[in-house]
Design a protein around this ligand. Structure first.
Ligand SMILES: [Zn+2]
Length: 295
């Protein structure tokens, strides 16, 4: 699905512009705007890990080549019936691309209220934010914000969470082990290990989606770090951790479809549902992270 939306769809639009440009100049302008709006929306809201983050820049290069080519091509002065349909179609795409882009930009503003400042939760390296921000279009975590279902209530605390995955030098997902660090000094209130990467997940459990995890209480806030690799947790409940201390290895346990670190801040939850506390947005190294950001 991702390949279809982020690879085949933009390439088809670019080929259309390059080889079948609208004959009528105003229609051709609408066509160019429509394609630019879609490229911008995909660039800002897309999940660029496979294909990698630099793919949209290739699209912009191809777009510039296509536009400069069709600009010089012959146009037809008359306005045919098909131009009405085409202008409507391209105007629709412009509107959709613009709407997606506006939401992705709006997601960069943190929700109002308190915000937690944390240190980097990973050793120095190349990282890509796959989920984060204050709009659902760039962060699937916001699905738990409404608290309408028991699942949403159990995981309310994760609503302003961020998912971070490691990249190799090409911008593709890295496979080397990566250490997760405590992003603040505090006490481990809960820890869980022993889940295999990609193992079965009890979706009705109030904690199983996190896989192997550590929940650290730093001041008034609980910080969850989740999806660790099996057997990589050196900490146990009650342990004091200092900021920057290794607390596990990045993995794919729990409800996770690629190796990544999930991190979120919340007010403490209940004993039965420790991730049900009020979600609190975070800044990591001073940045409010949104999908597409790199560390
Ligand atoms: Zn997550």
């Amino acid at each position: 699905m991702l390949w279809l939306i982020q690879l085949l769809f933009p390439l088809a639009l670019l080929l259309w512009l390059a080889f079948l440009p609208a004959r009528h100049m105003p229609t051709r302008i609408f066509q160019s705007f429509g394609i630019a709006a879609i490229l911008l929306g995909l660039h800002l809201a897309g999940l660029w890990i496979t294909p990698p983050w630099w793919t949209p820049w290739i699209y912009w290069g191809l777009f510039a080549i296509a536009v400069s080519r069709v600009w010089r091509m012959q146009t037809r002065p008359d306005f045919a019936a098909v131009d009405y349909a085409l202008i409507l179609f391209w105007a629709g795409l412009s509107g959709f691309g613009g709407w997606v882009s506006m939401q992705a930009l709006d997601a960069r503003t943190p929700p109002p209220g308190e915000i937690v400042d944390l240190a980097a939760p990973l050793v120095a390296g190349r990282y890509y934010v796959t989920n984060g921000g204050s709009r659902e279009i760039v962060s699937s975590h916001l699905r738990t914000l409404p608290r309408a279902t028991i699942g949403q209530r159990n995981y309310w605390g994760q609503s302003y969470g961020v998912d971070i995955t490691a990249m190799n030098r090409w911008g593709l997902m890295a496979s080397e082990p990566t250490m997760v660090l405590a992003p603040c000094a505090g006490r481990v209130v809960r820890a869980h290990s022993g889940e295999a990467d990609g193992g079965p997940v009890d979706l009705t459990s109030p904690t199983a989606r996190a896989g192997n995890y550590a929940l650290i209480r730093c001041g008034h806030f609980d910080i969850l770090l989740a999806h660790f690799r099996k057997g990589s947790l050196p900490v146990a409940p009650g342990d004091l951790v200092r900021q920057g201390q290794p607390i596990g290895a990045l993995g794919n346990s729990g409800a996770s479809d690629m190796p990544h670190l999930h991190i979120h801040a919340q007010r403490p939850g209940t004993a039965a549902a420790p991730f049900s506390g009020k979600p609190v947005p975070m800044r990591i190294d001073g940045r409010y992270l949104v999908r597409g950001d790199m560390l």
